[in-house]
Design a protein around this ligand. Structure first.
Ligand SMILES: [Fe+2]
Ligand SMILES: [Fe+2]
Length: 185
């Protein structure tokens, strides 16, 4: 690493040394961007399936969640851009196209958020261990978001447990999700 540049990913001649970014950190944030955009594709595919199968309320909620994931990808892009690094726009894999029902989508979303929370925890651990508290504040934003998402899905799983997954219960849950569909965040 030269004293004038922090990364191969910047070509700017006047780039100063920036101690808050390095190759390892760039790779970790590239991964965060990819995983958040992949989450967006996953939830978008679920929203399309829900819409096609009559769950219009849930479709609205999952589409909002999909847009929310793109916002989370932007958080990592903004960090890199603020450090003078151009973020890499990732190639994504095709998400599953078919699901067994709204209950299946709730459980799959929960499992996915558990995986993402583990990823974000590792990023927070890296930030803390390396003493990079600029990165650490970004990771706390991710962790806060993960608590909210796990909590939201936990409530839905609790409702499946309490009221079952027959057609009437699913219809009521769909109505409720549609009325509460949060705007993207
Ligand atoms: Fe996210
Ligand atoms: Fe998420």
């Amino acid at each position: 690493m030269s004293s004038r540049t922090t990364s191969k990913r910047t070509t700017k001649k006047n780039q100063r040394t920036n101690p808050f970014v390095n190759e390892e950190l760039i790779a970790l944030l590239d991964y965060r961007i990819e995983q958040e955009e992949q989450s967006a594709r996953f939830y978008h595919a679920m929203a399309v399936w829900l819409n096609d199968n009559g769950f219009m309320g849930a479709a609205k909620q999952w589409e909002a969640d999909s847009q929310g994931e793109m916002t989370h990808a932007q958080w990592a892009k903004d960090y890199l851009l603020d450090m003078g690094i151009k973020p890499k726009i990732p190639k994504l894999v095709e998400p599953p196209q078919e699901y067994d029902g709204l209950d299946d989508i709730i459980y799959q979303s929960y499992d996915h958020e558990v995986e993402v929370t583990s990823q974000c925890s590792k990023l927070a651990e890296y930030a803390a261990k390396s003493g990079n508290y600029l990165l650490y504040q970004l990771t706390m934003k991710y962790m806060q978001e993960q608590q909210e998402e796990l909590g939201k899905l936990q409530t839905l799983m609790d409702k499946l447990e309490a009221f079952g997954n027959d057609k009437v219960a699913m219809r009521l849950l769909d109505n409720e999700l549609g009325a509460a569909a949060a705007p993207a965040k």
